[in-house]
Design a protein around this ligand. Sequence first.
Ligand SMILES: Cc1ncc(COP(=O)(O)O)c(C=O)c1O
Length: 414
Amino acid sequence: MARRTTVKRPARSAESAARPELTSLRPRFPILRRYDYLINNSLGAMPRATYAALKEYADSWASRGVLAWDDWLPMVTEAGDRVGRLIGAPPGSLMMHQNVSTLLAIVLSSLDYERRPKLVSTDLEFPSLLYNLHEQERRGARVEIVPTRDGLLVDEERVAAAIDDRTALVCLDLVLFRSSGIVDVRPIVEAAHRHGALVLLDVYQAIGAVPIDVRELGVDVVVGGSVKWLCGGPGACYLHVAEEARRRLRPMATGWFSHKRPFAFELGPVEPAEDMHRFMGGSPAVPALYAARAGHELVAEVGVRRIRERSLRLTQRIIDGADAQGLSVNTPRAPSRRGGTVCVDFEGANVAHDLLIEQKILIDYRPRCGIRLSPHFYNTEAECDRALEAIREIRASATFRRRRRETRPAQARR
Ligand SMILES: Cc1ncc(COP(=O)(O)O)c(C=O)c1O
């Protein structure tokens, strides 16, 4: 039988002693005792406090029944304001929602393509964005997708050049999901505003890992979620619309909570609320708001600047380790251009992905990117080193060679 590769876990790294302020937070995340948790770009670790928060939700429903809505509804604004503080958005300028894909559809439903039919984006964005943009073609939109040169970064100059007086909206991810490249949105925002177009920024892969100030960036619309670096779990996504843009956007995708007077239950056309409720539609995902609270608070407590400092050190360490093995690094190397993830690729990386998980090293794999390693503030240097050492051992192992032989025919059939 082929030898199973295993990497030894030291009980406590020298680094834990050196940086007690961050590693002392590790007990607050139960999963860190079980796994080397390097998949924070996908699903951040659940804070221990989330158990109590979800119980609080269940208790409120069980004991107060319908009266619990008095607690639940204000949580929508509270959660929005909490996220807003993390991205420099003013109070009351965020609306919570279940997922980004739906939020994109809501925002796009606000556009009138008669005078401004053009939607500009790039081929490096998260698929939901591109799917939603192309669906707008059925309503008369014309989508222009600016191609990438290297697959790692957006070509900002080309995006800016694609914007004209017929452009309604430019849509971008701040940190790209595939390469973790950071987009320099400023020249794009400048070009868009010069032409009277709006800019939508998806900050999902950035928030909680990279400092963001939406007012400084000057973007009009921001979407994102809590699943990743915010450690808030699914269902707690948000939309920020700057005040001036809010006046221009009236969504066709609507619902009773979008009405100025939802509890009047008026019939006929909706009279949209002046504030962010105009984007709310229907009832909020209350359990998700409870679940997300501890993660939001922890990220605020640690501070995104501090997280970023640590992230740059850990990601550099991973890049150095990957270079030492001659692996491809599909993430920009410049610190100012690199988010919280390092994508490492090599022949058979998809097979190595499975073997790493078997060794309790949680990472993910994406085609045309490779294995994504994404340390958060609670991860240690030792965990990053172990992942790279495990990759080295796996690549040299008979199990790896055998699994690759077994998976090749299956892949060829697809
Ligand atoms: C940039 C980006 N946008 C959006 C999403 C997810 O969108 P949704 O909330 O619709 O699942 C992801 C998830 O990986 C993402 O990386």
